[in-house]
Design a binder for this molecule. Structure first.
Ligand code: BJW
Length: 235
């Protein structure tokens, strides 16, 4: 019985069974558009109202969804492993937190947060942004969704580099491996000696980089893997 330092990377696939749409599957999110063309600062400059409406609708839709057994299993793992588990999520929903996880890094930002383009403050936000409300910090009406678009630098990259270097086990769940830098984390962790595992509906773009890959629904695979790990590990 040994301890193990685990870093989990999650993507849209972990929330799919909760009813949150993924980006690149057939029923993907930006209907009729490639996400790479529209999740950009340029798209926001061109039509802030369209972008605000899109994120306002997704923020409102969050209230109607709940964590699924994959989120719950990761929260259970955190209760057992404590500081030895870190979840890095590309998701902007709050389903990990609602399942009970506390050690979560949102590298692509959060729906329930607004970013002020004037003072750069980040503010907890549960309302619409389309009507251009004032920033609670500076009063300027320059609030945008606090999410990371293409060409912008994801949050917490320094901390993530440190955690990947320390990881003994790196597990990627429900992500297509199409978007960097997250898609490169498996190779980063592996270079520092971590064992790597993919849990995804189908082989991701980076599946060859993993020591092991299991394919199926996150709601089945994640609870199975968590139980298996906990039977081998103690704090
Ligand atoms: C299930 C399931 C079930 C379904 N169970 N599984 C050329 C080469 C390399 C890189 C670049 C390049 N040109 C440009 C770049 C960089 C660029 C990039 O990666 N572009 C690619 C298109 C190539 N990246 C960036 O610009 C990033 N910034 C950056 O690189 O800064 C430079 C820098 C970095 C680090 C340090 C210093 C400087 C920023 C990327 C921002 C991405 N933003 C988005 C939008 C966020 C807001 C929003 O949500 O609207 O993030 S795009 C979108 O993609 C979103 C997601 O987080 C991200 C990843 O998507 P994800 O989660 O993988 O979803 P899907 O739909 O793709 O996949 C779902 C998977 O689940 C599928 O495989 C399904 O099979 C599976 N699945 N149901 C299990 N039930």
């Amino acid at each position: 019985m040994t301890r193990v330092k685990v870093v989990v990377l999650t993507g849209a696939g972990i929330s799919a069974e909760s009813g949150v749409p993924t980006f690149r599957d057939a029923d993907g999110l930006w209907e009729g558009h490639r996400v790479e063309d529209v999740a950009t600062p340029e798209a926001y400059e061109l039509s802030p109202t369209t972008v605000h409406r899109f994120y306002d609708a997704r923020r409102a839709a969050l209230r109607a969804v709940d964590p699924n057994p994959a989120h719950t299993a990761l929260a259970r793992l955190e209760r057992e492993l404590g500081d030895d588990l870190l979840v890095i999520t590309q998701n902007i929903d709050d389903l990990h937190e609602r399942a009970g996880s506390e050690r979560v890094l949102h590298m692509h930002g959060e729906l329930r947060s607004a970013l002020c383009r004037a003072c750069h403050g980040r503010h907890r936000w549960d309302h619409d942004l389309v009507d251009l409300p004032p920033c609670p910090g500076c009063g300027v009406t320059e609030l945008r969704p606090d999410v990371v678009w293409f060409g912008e630098i994801p949050y917490e990259m320094d901390r993530i580099a440190v955690e990947l270097a320390r990881a003994e086990l790196f597990v990627s769940i429900g992500t297509s491996g199409a978007v960097y830098p997250a898609a490169g984390f498996v190779r980063q962790a592996m270079r520092y000696g971590a064992r790597t595992l993919e849990l995804n509906l189908e082989p991701s773009e980076g599946t060859v980089w993993f020591h092991e890959a299991r394919h199926g629904r996150a709601g089945d695979l994640v609870p199975e893997w968590v139980s298996e790990l906990l039977s081998r590990v103690s704090r």
